[in-house]
Design a protein around this ligand. Structure first.
Ligand code: ATP
Length: 235
């Protein structure tokens, strides 16, 4: 279980995240929602140690992670699929997936993990020797998610997986994320601008506005919330 309390962070002297608190239970899909520039990416980068929190705590399965470096946080099983995928485009699909095995444990389980990834994304087995940069956007997102799964996450963070993808591909990626949580017990944080799609697979969600969490609730509660409807769903 992840428990984030009173996180403040930013870049240089500019504060972006203000007193953010949220919880992700085991096997839960939690959506972090908000518009462009609201601070969603900054918030999750603070959880994964890419940005140091200025204050607050990040407790994961009883361990305090605030202030720890990203490698250490990765070792605790928090693995992020970054916005924009960030693949090594010249390298093959297989080589990109292999990069997800960073620790002794994940390296030892690489063969088994690859089979797991190919089971969820059969296309990647067919394309394993192809340069990642020559794949379609959807296939590249599958590689990015696959690479994260090779890292044996206990908490998987997906940052805007829908960006630039066709709606049916987004549905596929989100349904894999949902299955990871419900069948494999991996907790998932889903950062999304596409609120309708995110709430379809999430158990609960938090809305970020100007770096603050302004609303929280179950997917049903958020979907029927008047502010969410007006500001984000155009209803
Ligand atoms: P998007 O959906 O567009 O990715 P977001 O909600 O994830 O938006 P962030 O990327 O966290 O928002 O950005 C929040 C604010 O932080 C923005 O005003 C942005 O300009 C600023 N910001 C982001 N990255 C940096 C950086 N490396 N240095 C300085 N400011 C940054």
């Amino acid at each position: 279980m992840l428990e984030v309390k009173g996180i403040c962070s930013g870049y240089g002297h500019v504060q972006i995240i203000w007193d953010a608190s949220f919880v992700v239970n085991d096997g839960e899909v939690v959506a972090i929602l908000g518009s462009n520039g609201a601070g969603k990416t900054t918030l999750v980068r603070t959880i994964t140690g890419m940005i140091r929190p200025w204050s607050g705590s990040v407790v994961f399965n009883g361990d305090e992670l605030a202030g720890k470096n990203s490698r250490n946080i990765l070792d605790h099983g928090i693995v992020q699929v970054p916005e924009g995928r960030q693949l090594f485009t010249e390298m093959s699909v297989y080589e990109n997936l292999e990069m997800g095995a960073y620790s002794k444990e994940t390296k030892a389980k690489l063969g088994e993990s690859l089979e797991f990834v190919y089971k969820w994304f059969p296309k990647l087995r067919e394309r394993k020797n192809q340069a990642a940069g020559t794949l379609s956007g959807g296939e590249q997102q599958m590689v990015a998610v696959g690479r994260a799964l090779i890292g044996l996450p206990r908490l998987l963070i997906l940052d805007e997986p829908s960006l630039g993808l066709a709606p049916n591909i987004v549905d596929d990626i989100l349904s894999v994320a949902h299955s990871m949580a419900k069948e494999q017990g991996i907790s998932v944080i889903l950062v999304e601008q596409d609120i309708t799609k995110a709430l379809r697979v999430a158990d609960r969600g938090y809305v970020v506005e100007n770096g603050k969490i302004t609303l929280e609730g179950t997917s049903e509660e958020l979907e029927s919330n008047e502010h969410v409807k007006k500001a984000y769903l155009g209803i």
